[in-house]
Write a protein that binds this ligand. Structure first.
Ligand code: ATP
Ligand code: MG
Length: 436
């Protein structure tokens, strides 16, 4: 192993191809290897099929110096990996007496008689190195070709595979490396409320300026994340400095759209701002059905600032519990700016909170009208004397619309919390006990 880009990962199993099992093994291997400066250049998934396994391992060995396979090492009829790879390496399978004794002992300890079928788990391709697997019955195996290319076979069971990667494979790769690559490092900046294309436009010159670092745009429901990656061609302190410099550039280009980094969640960011300013918040939710309240209370310690909320789905509840006026509901409809404003004011009045987020919209799939199609959502955020509203019409299914709405509600309050004076308009005063 002299350079990056030399590892191929092959995950084996029909359940992966059928989509029944998410291929978490491949993601884990890529992540752990990256931390140690080994870059996975190619990943392949094949079914429990001898020919497919054989072809993919042979092709991968042509391109990569190290091939890591997971799955199909067990004792059942659908486990072909070991004999197939042994054949590719021209190695016959020989019984490893020591391994067989360990296997028998494992079964004895559990008070089970070992089935004959398990004996094959103690067979090892001639010349292969056994990678002990204290968590399971099938050990890992390492086969090396005359030219140095090697193939590592690991069981598919995720916790067994993880143990073998950390305890056996990474130490092996490190010891084999003649010219160490540096760890791959990254930092993610998280934006919300700005389209991916607008982010890209603002960062036009930045992509070239940060080289050799790369910048990836990762859009998702909460917003577009920007991942700055240093691929291991700089030493650790140089990489840290380069990433920090890239972050500064990006922050200055995007200014107010970045709410956090790495695993930061907008709800927790909002919570910290509320806590720091000694403020409290309540929610009034229609189409999001409590999602904003859930997000805010996901953070431990949220009782310092989160007072509660009212899920006001029916107009009657909007009126009776939040004090939304009947006239407003009749004139503007439940999905309207005026109702969102009154919901926010009502949530604050009922709880005594200094801030509120209110959401009313059409999450679909039914309920849309020509002027309020599915995806139309009105949001109000209120803080002290200021109230901000916004209307959005989002695409996507019910779940996506609700998630987008919750994130946008949090984003609106976040905006107010950072500039409370900038957008001050008085909170609407609403009559409370009008009958529907
Ligand atoms: P065993 O000795 O248990 O038979 P094995 O090497 O034959 O081990 P598999 O039978 O292929 O492994 O898979 C065992 C379990 O691990 C299954 O539940 C399977 O869904 C899960 N698994 C296999 N591959 C992956 C993967 N790539 N990602 C996540 N889970 C996986
Ligand atoms: Mg199996």
């Amino acid at each position: 192993m002299t350079r990056l880009g030399e590892v191929a990962v092959i995950t084996i199993g029909d359940e992966l191809l059928l989509g029944q099992t998410i291929d978490s093994n491949a993601a884990f291997i890529s992540r752990e290897l990256a931390k140690h400066g080994f870059r996975v250049a190619i990943r392949i998934t094949v079914g429990d099929d001898e020919e497919a396994i054989s072809n993919s391992v042979r092709d991968a060995l042509d391109r990569s110096r190290v091939v890591i396979c997971t799955g199909g090492l067990g004792p059942t009829q659908d486990d072909f990996t070991k004999p197939v790879v042994a054949r590719l390496f021209g190695a016959d399978l020989v019984l490893d007496e020591q391994l067989l004794e360990q296997l028998r002992e494992r079964f004895r300890q559990r008070g089970i008689v070992m089935a004959e079928r398990n004996i094959c788990q103690a067979e090892v391709p001639r010349g292969a190195r056994v990678l002990p697997n204290p968590r399971g019955t099938a050990p890992g195996l390492l086969l090396t070709r005359d030219d140095g290319a090697c193939c590592i076979l690991l069981p598919g069971v995720p916790h067994e595979m993880r143990g073998l990667i950390l305890e056996q494979v990474i130490p092996f790769l490190e010891q084999r490396a003649t010219e160490r690559a540096h760890p791959i490092s990254y930092r993610t900046l998280r934006t919300t409320g700005i389209a991916e294309s607008a982010v890209a436009e603002k960062l036009d010159g930045v992509v070239a300026a940060v080289r050799p670092l790369t910048l990836a745009f990762l859009p998702s429901i909460p917003g577009t994340d920007l991942r700055i990656t240093c691929w291991g061609d700089l030493g650790e302190s140089d990489a840290a400095a380069a990433i920090a410099a890239a972050e500064t550039r990006i922050r200055s280009a995007l200014q107010s759209h970045i709410y956090g980094a790495d695993d930061d969640d907008l709800a927790a960011v909002v919570g910290e701002l509320l806590r720091a300013q000694g403020l409290t918040v309540a929610v009034a939710e229609s189409c999001t059905g409590g999602l904003v309240g859930k997000r805010l209370t996901d953070a431990a310690g949220s009782s310092d600032y989160f007072l509660g909320g009212i899920i006001a789905y029916a107009n009657q509840v909007k009126h009776e519990l939040l004090g939304v006026s009947i006239n407003t509901l009749r004139e503007h409809g439940a999905v309207s700016e005026a109702v969102a404003r009154e919901m926010a004011a009502g949530a604050r009045r009922q709880t005594g909170a200094s801030a509120a987020i209110a959401i009313t919209g059409v999450a679909g799939p039914g309920g849309g009208t020509p002027d309020k199609p599915v995806g139309t959502v009105w949001i109000a955020a209120s803080l002290n004397q200021a109230t901000e509203t916004r209307r959005s019409v989002w695409g996507g299914d019910r779940e996506e619309i609700r998630e987008r709405a919750a994130q946008a509600g949090l984003a609106l309050l976040w905006k107010l919390l950072r500039a409370p004076a900038a957008s001050a308009t008085p909170v609407a005063q609403v009559p409370v006990h009008e009958k529907l």
